[in-house]
Design a binder for this molecule. Structure first.
Ligand code: ZLS
Ligand code: CA
Ligand code: ZN
Length: 391
């Protein structure tokens, strides 16, 4: 007995296939699937696997991908290799389906995609299966290898090829009347927003750094709330965006998150929630611009959990691998209701990866603030809350 107990009537399931870790986008590419290996090892060294049901998931099938993506795009994705990409139409001058530096062709690309998507679909199914009837069951399903929110119907975008989140939401809609999607990755969740822009059964809510010209993907402004309502298009105001500037800090972010997410849940009354937990919103991320600490990011998950609805928890971005592993280990512990000691277990493999760099050696919760100047004041934060409440 390691002291980790499960509250009754509350099931956490963990969906994963370790083969996903072995893929490489290329030596200088910021997306490193190896961060998932580091995450898994840290979760195991804290013993959190004793508190969850573990699912070793299979690859997603073509038919599953085709519930959102086009056949032509899936054909391309499954056939293209580093050896044949020139014949397939990807050259220095031209590209297809938006492949290029952000979304390169690499060995095993299709298997990488079907592995992360297979884990997401498995997670979504465990939640869809518990309902209806819509009891107080607030089961949680986790897939840290998923959450790739930029992929479009027939296009790769921003390190994402298959939009596993869209597939999960489609699966949940088979049994759930209304699904709320919340995205705390530092980038705008544009692919998911676009896919459900005209649906009144899915609400999307993204918090992100926004700069139309200077930060990817350049969408997600405060007044982008979805198409206008018509009889054939009931989706007006079912996209909500919270555009932020550089350097936001813990208290401001959690305040905004609770005010806006709380109101959204109250008004939309979802029967299930999907939370994309991109780790690039942490301070010290290689691509991100915020100053958040691990516990503030986790406080957003705790707030969502407190509504006791079936919850699908996904990964996303995260480009400083040791902090990705720290965050997702902490968030796994929040799901299981465990409290972790700050000292990383002495026996943890890769303990060296967590030494140095941030203050404090081998701590789970180093201080990550202070890298970016905070461009938000009280009026800015209150203005965002007020406008989002009006929307
Ligand atoms: O949300 O900013 C861009 C697009 C460009 C600049 C970069 N060049 C390569 C292409 C054109 C305008 N892309 C972003 C995409 C961010 C995707 C975030 C995904 C997610 O976290 C969910 C998983 C971007 N930011 C940084 C880079 N790309 C980037 C940095 C360094 C490199 C190396 C590899 C490749 C080319 C050199 C690259 C991309
Ligand atoms: Ca986001
Ligand atoms: Zn991101």
């Amino acid at each position: 007995d390691n002291g980790i107990q499960r509250p009754r009537g509350y099931n956490v399931s963990f969906h994963y296939n370790s083969d996903v870790e072995q893929h490489h986008f290329g030596s200088h590419h910021p997306m490193k699937p190896w961060r998932l290996h580091l995450t898994k090892e840290l979760i195991l060294s804290y013993g959190l696997h004793y508190a969850m049901d573990l699912y070793q998931t299979r690859e997603a099938t073509r038919a599953e991908l085709a519930t959102f993506h086009t056949d032509e795009y899936i054909d391309f994705l499954s056939e293209v290799t580093p050896d044949n990409m020139n014949e397939m139409g990807i050259t220095d001058k031209e590209t297809r389906h938006n492949f290029g530096d952000d979304c390169p062709v690499f060995d095993g690309l299709y298997r990488y995609c079907t592995l992360y998507t297979g884990a997401s679909v498995s997670a979504a199914r465990t939640l869809a299966a518990t309902n209806p009837p819509f009891t107080n069951s607030h089961d949680i399903a986790i897939n840290w290898s998923g959450g790739l929110h930029h992929a479009k119907k027939s296009e790769a975008s921003g390190f994402c090829y298959i939009n596993d989140i869209v597939l999960c939401i489609l699966e949940l809609l088979r049994t759930h009347p209304r699904v709320l999607y919340i995205d705390i990755d530092v980038h705008h969740g544009d692919g998911v927003e676009q896919a459900f822009a005209s649906s009144d059964r899915v609400m999307t809510l993204s918090y992100h750094k926004y700069d139309k010209y200077d930060f990817f993907p350049g969408t997600g402004g405060l007044h982008e709330t979805g198409p206008k309502a018509t009889s054939s298009n009931p989706g007006a105001y079912t996209s909500l965006n919270v555009p932020l500037l550089d350097g936001i800090e813990d208290d401001q972010y959690t305040y905004l998150f609770e005010q806006i997410t709380g109101k959204t849940i109250e008004v939309f009354r979802p029967t299930a929630i999907v939370l994309q937990c991109g780790a690039d919103s942490l301070g010290g991320d290689r691509l991100g611009k915020f100053n958040l600490n691990i516990k503030a990011h986790g406080a957003c998950l705790s707030f969502v959990q407190s509504h006791r609805l079936p919850l699908l928890v996904l990964g996303g971005g995260g480009y400083t691998a040791r902090n990705v592993a720290r965050l997702w280990t902490h968030e796994t512990s929040l799901c299981t209701g465990s409290v972790l000691p700050d000292a990383i277990p002495a026996a943890a493999p890769y303990r060296q990866a967590f030494a140095g760099a941030e203050n404090g050696d081998s701590l789970l919760y180093p201080n990550l603030e202070g890298r970016h100047e905070n461009k938000h004041d009280r009026e800015k934060i209150e203005g965002l809350v007020q406008t989002c409440h009006e929307h």
